[in-house]
Design a protein around this ligand. Sequence first.
Ligand code: FRU
Length: 495
Amino acid sequence: MISEALQKARDFEAQYGPHIPDKERPAFHITPTIGWMNDPNGFSVYKGEYHLFYQYHPYSCEWGPMHWGHVKTKDFIRWERLPAALAPDQEKYDTNGCFSGGALELPDGRQLLMYTGVRRVRSEDGALQEIQTQCVAIGDGLDYEKYDGNPVLAAGDLPEGGSALDFRDPKIWRDADGSYLAAIGNRTADTSGAVLLYRSADGLHWTLEREIDACRNQYGKMWECPDYFPLDGRQVLIVSPQEMTPIGLEFHAGNGTVCLIGDESEDGRFVRQNVQAIDYGIDFYAPQTLLTPDGRRVMIGWMQNWNTVGGKPRQCRWFGQMSIPRELTVKNGRLYQLPVRELDNYRGPCVSHHNIPVSGEVNLPGIQGRVLDMTVTVRPIGHDSYRWFRIHLAKDGQHDTVVRYRPEEGTVKIDRTRSGLPWDIVHTRSFFVGNREGEIKLRIVMDRFSLEVFVNDGEQAASAVIYTEQSADAITFEAGGSALMDVEKYDLLFD
Ligand code: FRU
């Protein structure tokens, strides 16, 4: 049964979504049909296609009572819009929002969604509190029926000291024995986050198995949007901590994204070894992964951050983009990320320049554009070896977005100060990439309103949203000192 609230959202998006011209959206990054989008939800395989749901408020470009928007794809690049999947319509458990969650395919061919139902209640002292419980809905890839027995997990299912006000974002998957697992964020008595693991035989009845890991006030506070999976012989826990403070050049994004890499002990406990940021740019949060049928672990994130969502263009009709889906690997205890290989299918002819000396600023024939995949390799040359190297993108007389490398510091900086954002808040982010004798490889994927930088074959990734006019499409290269450079650029073509 489609509720009145869901029908209203579907009618609204069907009426107004088509008014947004394709050219006013990214060419291949997901945006909401209309209105506001935040976290990716339910990123999963269903009947041979990849489905993605998202936190959605169709009625304005502001966060509001959360719905689930819905898209699907066969190749992670071309997405098909589907009608909104969930609306906050149940007085008993989700009247104030259907928050983030996961999805999976049931053995009988139906699709199971698990999400956080939010209900605001006034406590005795007059404060408004959000009660968060876990709920399920089952459907056919288009329409979903909320389960009569919702909520399936509530305050009584928490470990001692766990907060019912911060209990959210179930990520679900099927275990090898056919049962289901859910990793869920929670706040513990020490006021910081933890990830809890629940198990179910049927997807409807869940019991607490154990705590996977806890923040203990070391990496931010509440841990939102967890994900937990094996990768390359290691075990990976992904969390998005609120109130993240920096450690050196790590964890600067405000709301952080953190990857904890470790192993599982014989009794199934997660033993954490390395901790790193997932994305070192300005706009990235709440990522989720899926496992493709050919065995790749692919991650998608919200290409925004709560700390920068105030910087939106006036009169926008959509707000919020997803990152490009990224293939993950673990090498030497670090997480590597590269754009899904399916992106290669959209490359036009290659424009390449090799062994170009750069000293001062140069531009090169055929190197410009806003929807492209470009790899720049830089190395030192001569006596006056370069001290900094800049790539100016989305450039015209007044604008540019700069990616800068300083070999001695071993840092890369993204600077979008002149990228069409309405306010002069902090628009730069620096991160450590190591010093390989002054050599660096920067792969930059641009899509009209964003750039994503993949450093040294994916050892670091950094994302930033930009709003520069599309006519600003020049690209130049500049070095302080002497550098030698190779460039390979492909326009990404969509008819
Ligand atoms: C993360 C988050 C989630 C929550 C959702 C609400 O960005 O705060 O924890 O489920 O957004 O929209």
